[in-house]
Each structure stands twice: as structure tokens, then as C-alpha cells.
Design a protein around this ligand. Structure first.
Ligand SMILES: Cc1cc2nc3c(=O)[nH]c(=O)nc-3n(C[C@H](O)[C@H](O)[C@H](O)COP(=O)(O)OP(=O)(O)OC[C@H]3O[C@@H](n4cnc5c(N)ncnc54)[C@H](O)[C@@H]3O)c2cc1C
Length: 404
């Protein structure tokens, strides 16, 4: 016998998108279930957790959830540059703490959280529209009926795949990372390492967490390269390549591995009674493959729009469109521009990277942050493309604007 549950809204996936959607929906007065297949929220970490102080403040994430970053060092085979700032604008999240805080906020707003519950089926009405999900929980088969389902299952996009709306992502990033204790580290400076030795289509990183802890990782673009990031990470750590040498003795603590979509914003994200959000919607900045702030931001929008639709008694695609319109207006053109820069970066040789770093070093910290965040506001771009004192920088921003 299957355990039956009835909710207004069911959110599948207890990552940042799911917890944020559930929180916003419950705050708006509807009955919400949040379903997570693992034994606890953020049991497995699949991300490096870099985000921006501005977003952290906007979301209200507590200060003990992150390590602030002031300086940004890049190294290529024969170059090294650092962009320094007087205030921290970036941060490395304690991912487990942050994701659990997001889920706790949802629980405090009245959300019922079901852990150890893996969803593998959908329930449809006579029109073929989704009206529930089914799976396996701690006590066996379990079913959830609801007016709207939010697919926040991440890269796997379980619900929309089961509905037959999408197939596997074709272009994506694969990343492997060790969280380690080290002897020497400047906790306010992150490192990005570029060039073929680090990653043939991507980059490697050292992200400090404070207390002499860092995350060392390698990301590889697929299908551009068939290099296994786990193997490449082992090689560069064994060889103590570049700045890894400066860390001194390394004591491994925890291994992380994950996949992130990089197909652009190719998917529809609303259907009758169904919303896709976060990685399941492909909402990631392709330049550095970061998606946490989008997952939280548009998770909240998805939750609010769902609550409004449920209260109005109409949950069809048209009623959910304000969600899609909201995120598209906000990020569609930025993601497209970031894709152009990413295409340029993927094609760079080691020598090209040495020169690219010289161009990046001309940016002020705020310009660099806008650039790496893909915050390509038109007025900013025009200003930089026409007035930046360095020709190479003007050319880079013209590329973003789509001129060459
Ligand atoms: C190696 C790597 C490094 C990254 N680094 C950064 C970074 O530094 N900064 C940044 O902003 N972004 C980074 N990202 C991207 C970021 O992790 C994602 O964009 C973000 O986690 C998306 O959140 P989400 O809630 O959509 O999905 P997820 O975080 O993937 O959450 C999905 C949740 O759904 C659960 N789930 C899945 N299927 C089911 C099911 N069938 N039933 C029940 N539950 C299910 C999963 O267990 C998981 O908890 C990185 C990604 C990778 C792979």
C-alpha cells in the first residue's frame, strides 16, 4: 500500500532552488511538501560554493555561513595577476550550513520536509498534465498529489524528464574537488588556474574557506574535452602544480563531484501545473558555471508565482508564465553574452591565456566582478567598450556587446 499525501504544492529536490521555492510558497500561505532523496539536506556536496556578498545580503544568509573574499588571483602557464580590493565582494559558502539554513527557513515557514524520499514517477490527469509524483520513502512506496509540482531536482531534471519534456543536457560542466586542510593560505584570496595543464576546457581553482581549509578543484567542459576531472585533479595535486605548491602540506577532508548544465537557457520552464527551477531549468552563469544565486532567487520567484496561481484557482501554463518572464527578463541576455565570452575562453591556447590575463588585470575590482558575474548591464558595457583606456579591454567588452 502506497502512503498517500495531499499538498497544494510539491517541490522535488532539497537544494537551494527547492528550499527557496518551498519557503516562498509557504510564506504566501499554501501547504507545501519539500522532497529530498538523500538522508539529510546537503548530505552530498556537489558545488564549490562561490557566490557574491551582495546576493548573500539580499537573501539574508547568516554571516557564519561564508568566508569573505577580497582578492582574485589568476594564473596561466606563464603569467599571474591579482585584482585587489579593499572590501570583500565575493564569498565561499559553507555549502552544508547554507543549504541547511535555507531548508530550515522553509520548515519554519510551515513546509513539511520529506527526506530519504526518492521520486521516480509522475501522476497525470486525463489531459496528460501532471497532478502528482510518486516514489520510495523510508517506509516504502509514497505518493504526493498536488496542484503544482516544482522540479528542483538539479542536473537530473527528474520530473520534466519523466514527463517526456526534456532529454539529458548535451553540453555541461563536470567538476571534481577536494576540501582539504593546508599549511599556508591567504583566506581572503581565491585562485583560478587556466591553461591546458589545469583543464583543457575549463579551469582549476583554490577557494579558501577560512581556518586553513580550502577547496581545490578542476572543472572540464563536456563534450569539448574527454578529460576526467577527478583524474586531472589527482595529477595536479600530486604534481603540486602552480599555486598548489604554496599551500604546503595538504590533508584531504572530503571529496566533491558534480555536473552542471551549460546548454544556455534552452528549456521551457513552465508547463500546465509544472515549473522547472535552478539547474533543472539550466539557470547557470556559463562563464564560471555558477548557479547558486540564481537557484535561490528564481526559486523564490517560482514559489511566489505558484502560491498566487494556486490561490487564484488557475495553475495552467499561462498562470505560471510570470515566473518565466521574470527570470528571462533578468538574465537571458546576460547568459547569452557570457556564452560568447566562454566560447572565446574555451578556444584560447596557453600563450593566448598568458595575454588574456594581462587584459583582465586592467579591470578594476568592480569591473572584474561585473564581468565574471555576467552582470553585463548595457550602459556599463557601452561605457567600457567605448571609454576604457586600454584597447584590448575595449575589444573584450565589444565582444560582450556582440560587435565582433
Ligand atoms: C563542480 C561544481 C562546482 C560548482 N561551483 C559553483 C560555485 O562555486 N558557485 C555557484 O554559484 N554554483 C556552483 N555550481 C553550480 C551549483 O552547484 C548549482 O547551480 C546549484 O546547486 C543548483 O541548485 P539546485 O537546487 O537547482 O540543484 P542541486 O543543488 O543539484 O539540488 C538538487 C537536489 O535535488 C535532490 N534530488 C535529485 N533528484 C531527486 C529525486 N528524484 N527525488 C528527490 N530528490 C531529488 C538532490 O539530492 C539535491 O539535493 C557548481 C557546480 C558544480 C558541478
Amino acid at each position: 500500500m502506497s502512503e498517500e499525501n495531499q499538498y497544494d504544492l510539491v517541490v522535488v529536490g532539497g537544494g537551494p532552488a527547492g528550499s527557496s521555492a518551498a519557503w516562498a510558497a509557504a510564506k504566501n500561505g499554501i501547504k507545501v511538501a519539500l522532497i529530498e532523496k538523500e538522508g539529510s539536506i546537503a548530505e552530498t556536496v556537489r558545488t564549490s560554493g562561490v557566490t557574491w556578498i551582495q546576493s548573500i545580503k539580499e537573501f539574508g544568509i547568516p554571516e557564519n555561513c561564508y568566508n569573505p573574499i577580497k582578492n582574485f588571483t589568476f594564473c596561466s602557464p606563464n603569467n599571474e595577476i591579482t585584482i585587489k580590493d579593499s572590501v570583500p565582494r565575493a564569498a565561499v559558502l559553507d555549502v552544508r550550513k547554507t543549504y541547511r539554513w535555507l531548508a530550515r527557513e522553509a520548515e519554519n515557514a510551515g513546509v513539511d520536509i520529506f527526506i530519504k524520499t526518492s521520486i521516480n514517477g509522475v501522476i497525470k490527469n486525463d489531459n496528460g498534465d501532471i497532478i502528482g509524483v510518486s516514489g520510495v520513502g523510508p517506509k516504502g512506496e509514497i505518493t504526493f498529489h498536488s496542484k503544482i509540482i516544482i522540479d528542483a531536482s538539479g542536473f537530473s531534471s527528474t520530473i520534466c524528464k519523466t514527463m517526456g519534456f526534456v532529454t539529458q543536457w548535451e553540453r555541461f560542466g563536470a567538476g571534481a574537488e577536494w576540501e582539504v586542510k593546508v599549511e599556508n593560505v591567504d583566506s581572503e584570496t581565491w585562485w583560478l588556474m587556466v591553461g591546458k595543464q589545469y583543464s583543457p576546457a575549463g579551469y582549476a581553482w583554490i577557494f579558501p574557506l577560512g581556518n586553513n581549509m580550502v577547496r581545490i578543484g578542476v572543472g572540464v567542459g563536456k563534450p569539448e574535452s574527454d578529460v576526467d576531472p577527478t583524474q586531472r585533479l589527482k595529477e595536479i595535486m600530486d604534481a603540486k602544480l602552480g599555486p598548489i605548491k604554496k599551500l604546503g602540506r595538504i590533508t584531504p577532508i572530503e571529496f566533491h563531484y558534480g555536473l552542471i548544465p551549460n546548454d544556455g537557457l534552452s528549456r521551457k520552464t513552465v508547463f500546465n501545473n509544472l515549473i522547472l527551477v535552478g539547474d533543472s531549468a539550466g539557470q547557470a552563469n556559463p562563464l564560471v558555471l555558477e548557479g547558486i544565486r540564481y537557484a535561490i532567487k528564481y526559486g523564490r520567484v517560482a514559489g511566489k508565482v505558484s502560491a498566487d496561481a494556486i490561490k487564484s484557482g488557475n495553475t495552467n501554463r499561462d498562470a505560471l508564465l510570470p515566473y518565466e518572464n521574470n527570470w528571462k527578463k533578468d538574465i537571458e541576455s546576460k547568459i547569452k553574452s557570457a556564452g560568447k565570452v566562454q566560447d572565446r575562453w574555451i578556444g584560447l591556447s596557453d600563450e593566448d591565456w598568458d595575454k588574456e590575463l594581462d587584459i583582465i588585470s586592467e579591470l578594476k575590482s568592480e569591473e572584474f566582478i561585473d564581468f565574471i558575474k555576467a552582470e553585463f548591464g548595457l550602459s556599463n558595457m557601452i561605457k567600457l567598450a567605448t571609454h576604457h583606456p586600454k584597447l584590448a579591454v575595449r575589444q573584450l567588452f565589444n565582444l560582450v556587446k556582440g560587435k565582433n
